[in-house]
Design a protein around this ligand. Structure first.
Ligand SMILES: [Zn+2]
Ligand SMILES: [Zn+2]
Length: 341
């Protein structure tokens, strides 16, 4: 089969022949049809992500059709459409035992320590293959395990957003546009902040109020919209080198007892907060990492029942990966870029 192989860091991956994967009794072989492109894939190419060894095949958002099932696999059949949960939790470590497999101490992850979805075929444990109705396009299905489920984990499991609360989503990119929709389904008043008009327009399409953070400082705008009450939760989905400045503004949007979810990140970028403000506001500042298998199952149900619309901004044939990566580096789109294979 062919795969996009990263042979050296800081070099474009190469579409070339690699050995066909062979599956074990509890695995499935998936014919990949679509794979979402994530800012983390750029960090991998740049050699910044620990645990990635060369040669490497990226792609932690992959969906396709089952081509082969292992002899001990029940509940999945050839031809089923599936999207792949990337973390292969060990089931034994402390975080796994309490249901936090996203923090597994030993887990290899598809597209990181294991070969990912930028390939014609991928082998995965059957447990990681989440069936999705064939009425959902596979391009949309591919982005669910990260772009949607990461936001679902942040909002539902970490922030525990309740109906009637005010949620500010900062950054309406691949993750943010799903965070906006998910917060709406949870009954929150949603205010989306970005600096690009097309991203704000996309957020408004899903029912959010919007603020252009390039016009006036974000905290002042949130104050004005909430008549000084501020936000119950702020979800930061920006990441990259801007993240430190964004987070300083984000905490200033919190009401007393408010929660800040840090979703976007950059290696070496600190979070700084006035400790007096932190204590007086009694804020919860939370990191939130990826998702659990159940989160992916939940977002698949939300999509199948029409309550969440996966946002794919463009599809690119896999051979165009290098250009797609550079476009993502220059200007992240609204929603996800998805590679088709
Ligand atoms: Zn990702
Ligand atoms: Zn574990």
């Amino acid at each position: 089969m062919k795969a996009m192989v990263l042979e050296a860091f800081n070099q474009p991956p190469v579409w070339r022949d690699v050995p066909d994967p062979t599956i074990g009794p509890r695995d499935v072989l998936v014919r990949v049809r679509a794979a979402g492109l994530c800012a983390t894939d750029l960090k991998i190419v740049d050699g910044l992500v620990p645990g990635v060894s060369l040669p490497h095949v990226s792609g932690h958002e992959a969906a396709g059709e089952i081509a082969e099932v292992g002899s001990e696999v029940a509940g999945l059949a050839t031809g089923d459409h599936v999207t792949l949960y990337p973390t292969v939790g060990c089931g034994l470590c402390d975080p796994c035992r309490v249901g936090r497999e996203n923090l597994c101490l030993n887990a290899p992850r598809i597209g990181f320590e294991m070969d990912g979805g930028f390939a014609e075929y991928i082998k995965a444990p059957a447990r990681n293959a989440v069936k999705i109705d064939s009425s959902v396009p596979l391009t949309q299905a591919s982005v669910l395990p990260d772009a949607a489920a990461t936001c679902y984990h942040a909002l539902a499991r970490r922030a525990r957003v309740r109906a009637g609360e005010t949620v500010v989503v900062v950054g309406v990119g691949g993750l943010g546009i799903h965070a906006v929709q998910l917060a709406m389904t949870m009954g929150a008043r949603v205010i989306a902040a970005d600096v690009e008009p097309d991203k704000l327009a996309a957020a408004r399409e899903f029912g959010a109020e919007t603020v252009d953070a390039s016009e006036e400082p974000l905290p002042a705008q949130i104050d004005a919209l909430t008549r000084g009450a501020k936000a119950d939760a702020v979800v930061e989905c920006v990441g990259g080198s801007a993240v430190t400045g964004v987070l300083s503004d984000a905490v200033k949007c919190l009401k007393p007892n408010g929660r800040l979810m840090v979703v976007g990140y950059a290696y070496g970028a600190p979070l700084s907060v006035d400790t007096a403000d932190l204590i007086h506001g009694q804020w919860d500042i939370m990191g939130t990492r990826a998702s659990t298998l159940q989160d992916v199952v939940d977002v698949v149900r939300l999509v199948e029942t029409g309550r969440l619309k996966p946002v794919v901004s463009e599809t690119v044939a896999i051979e165009g990966l290098s250009e797609a990566l550079e476009t993502l580096r220059r200007r992240p789109p609204v929603g996800r870029t998805v590679l088709t294979i």
